[in-house]
Design a protein around this ligand. Structure first.
Ligand SMILES: Nc1ncnc2c1ncn2[C@@H]1O[C@H](COP(=O)(O)OP(=O)(O)OP(=O)(O)O)[C@@H](O)[C@H]1O
Ligand code: SF4
Ligand SMILES: [Mg+2]
Length: 348
């Protein structure tokens, strides 16, 4: 059977090339004598207008993968040791830092969990929003301010005109997150990576911010990578899901199918842990045992010490991410699992 790692999906939902394609990405952090293998062969893609949710326990490499895509990896100690990242058909790992900077902000933007530490506390939000236009488009101060107000309106910050001179700490957490979304949207990028964008907010505000993000994504036809712990959020807004474990994608699937019929024991564990799939705001529970030490990933399947299906082969052979099929061999489009026993998991 072909490995999905060797033949990453090349087509988006409408058959066109994906906006972003990460191929066999490896990232290590070398600190003194120790090497942390944070990302160990990640493959994923996202197309224009599509939302990919990346799910997994803390430390599974979700953010590091995103930082590598954005070109903001903490390097050193972080280093991309292998892999390719194609954005709009171009391998962006081959670009100079100057060329990467041009893409950042203008073509791809990131939204972080913590707006307060991402925004500058001593500059007004209007100034910070306007700066995007001044720096990238060379517009005048006056025009930049007008554009800042327009953006604040877009993300539905009430009384934008009056509040444009306010500082980040004068806004509530939810409003600050809207400002982050506005910053990311300013230059109308083709791709947004949102790393736990609502985790720090309370549940009702989470839903409002997520709805806004989903709405803007549709309107601008952007690709969205949504990194989250929240299975409820994922079910509502994602098209497809990539489940990460120990720096690898262990399962990929269209969102509904993953919920209905997981093909990896880790995904099954995550799903079994939530009493109701529509229960918003729930954290992933801890599956028995702990995620592996990334300086000493166990041989074979990294999930084997925690897996109730593990057999001898799981302790020796790393399972590749392979296409998942029905029992009669019919392909399940967009589905893959990195488990030696995916058939038993899916069909059992
Ligand atoms: N700046 C860094 N220096 C050294 N190691 C790092 C650094 N950033 C990340 N790592 C390592 O990479 C691993 C993966 O980190 P990452 O932030 O991608 O996890 P995550 O899946 O985003 O988790 P969380 O859900 O907690 O945000 C971490 O466990 C850590 O060991
Ligand atoms: S490969 Fe083996 S240990 Fe890994 S998830 Fe599948 S059954 Fe479990
Ligand atoms: Mg993270």
């Amino acid at each position: 059977m072909t490995s999905l790692e060797m033949t990453p999906t090349n087509a988006g939902p409408d058959g066109t090339a994906p906006l972003l394609e990460v191929r066999d990405l490896h990232v290590e952090f070398k600190v003194r004598d120790s090497v942390t293998k944070a990302v160990n062969g990640v493959n994923y893609s996202v197309s224009a207008g599509e939302t990919l949710a990346v799910l997994g326990e803390s430390g599974s490499g979700k953010s590091v993968t995103a930082q590598a895509v954005m070109g903001i990896l903490d390097s050193p100690p972080g280093e991309i040791t292998k892999g390719e990242i194609f954005f709009q058909g171009q391998d962006i790992l081959r670009l100079s830092e100057r060329e990467r900077r041009k893409i950042r902000g203008a073509k791809m933007a990131m939204i972080f969990q913590d707006a307060l530490s991402s925004l500058n506390p001593v500059l007004s939000v209007g100034y910070q929003l306007g700066e995007m236009f001044r720096a990238h488009q060379g517009v005048s101060r006056k025009d930049a301010k007008a554009k800042a107000i327009e953006l604040m309106d877009r993300v539905r910050i009430p009384a934008a005109k009056e509040r444009v001179g306010d500082y980040p700490h004068q806004f509530s957490g939810g409003m600050r997150q809207r400002i982050m979304i506005a910053m990311a949207l300013a230059l109308e990028p083709d791709l947004i990576i949102a790393d736990e964008p609502t985790t720090a907010l309370d549940v009702t505000v989470q839903a409002q911010v997520m709805d806004l993000l989903a709405e803007l994504q549709r309107e601008y036809n952007m690709g969205l990578i949504l990194i989250t712990h929240d299975l409820g959020v994922v079910a509502d807004v994602a098209d497809k899901i990539a489940v990460m474990y120990a720096g690898r994608i262990v399962e990929t699937a269209p969102v509904g199918e993953l919920y209905k019929r997981p093909a990896h024991p880790y995904t099954r564990g995550l799903l079994d842990s939530i009493p109701r799939l529509d229960h918003k705001g729930r954290e992933l529970y801890a599956i028995k045992g702990l995620p592996p030490n990334l300086q000493q990933i166990p041989p074979g399947c990294p999930f084997n010490p925690r897996c109730n299906r593990a057999q001898d082969i799981c302790r020796t052979d790393v399972p590749p991410l392979v296409p998942v099929t029905e029992q009669d061999g019919t392909e399940l489009v967009g589905r893959g699992s990195a488990c030696h026993f995916w058939k038993e998991t899916l069909h059992g």
